[in-house]
Design a protein around this ligand. Sequence first.
Ligand SMILES: *Cc1c(COP(=O)(O)O)cnc(C)c1O
Length: 406
Amino acid sequence: MERFATGKDAALARRPDAPLYCFRPAVLRADAQRFMSLFPGETAYAVKTNGEPMVLSTLVEAGVKTFDVASPGEFEAVRAASPDAEMLYMHPIKAQSDIRLALETYGIRTLALDHEDEIAKVLRIVRALDLDPGDITIYVRLQTKGHALYELSKKFGAAPGHSVELVKRLDRIGFKVGLCFHVGSQIEETETYERALASADWVRGRAGVELAGLDLGGGFPADYGQDPRAKRPTLPDLDALMGSLRDNIREWDFQDLPLVAEPGRVVVARAFSLICRVLLRKGKRLYINDGIWASLSDSWTGKITLPARFIPDPARKTRAGDANRNVPFKVCGATCDSVDILSRPFWLPDTVDTGDWIEIGHIGAYSLALRTRFNGFYSDDFVEVETAFADNGAPDGYASLETMAD
Ligand SMILES: *Cc1c(COP(=O)(O)O)cnc(C)c1O
């Protein structure tokens, strides 16, 4: 992979006309190691956040030994990156054939579920393969309540009373039993984990079963741009958040249990930026070569503020507008689809014009993974960048910023 010191260097050298991804392996290693040093248990990277082979092998180099997987494609990707990484199959609702593949071919021995019919599915394969349930750990996924940009308990998780029944049933069969939750992605309140720990404690008390572990899922907030006009409260930084999480773990007496976290976003967000090009400026509209069917769907649905760097094309000799004033641009994506217009504007210097580039930072999570081939557009072009996006000064603007309330 071609290497550059900064994204801007890559843009000016390559003059890319299709979206170009800047991968920062040093940033990925540092962010993974930072998380591992702050979390008092096993770190299982959530592969769905970004399952690119370059990401998985860099994480293995950084010392990540465990991966949270959900599908045959993810089993295979992790195996290709590391022959001995441990996989936790944490999708609560699985195809029968995938359960067999996990247990038989990939040697997976940790699964999650939230319903008795799923126990029957797993048990059928365990019996067919003549495995000892005592070698298998099953986590019961608890429903949680809290505030995150994406609330996942609407889709998965058993209510506390139901979880107690599931724990007891799994224990009677002879499985090792754990509890898990996933509070959603990009949490917005520090108390979110504490509420989930309280509910795990309640289930543990009622079930009266010796637990094999507690898995706290993902949701840890990544570092994004800060909307300068936002009224939303800002979260404490990761060190403070993890400090209060460690306190909560002790308060609810989980410190002696094997603990697992499944971070995605917080590990990989800063490891990529995206260089997109302005195909046309039409008044206060920018038509760019990316969009909601390419790298920008997460910032769009998640209302995430991404830092942006303006990279003017040196070939343009004349410019209109005030370079020191940021203005909102409506952004239209590359496809012919009329839905492919971002719901929030990019705030960029007024001088942006046709042919310029915009480097969007902190785009490593849920962007590459969500690209589609819709309309024949699909970029898969990468360069390596040595410095972090934020190392090169403050952003010149923001991609996907909330419009003013008034
Ligand atoms: C998506 C997912 C994660 C990762 O979530 P982040 O918010 O990216 O940290 C972890 N666990 C489960 C079960 C998930 O579905």
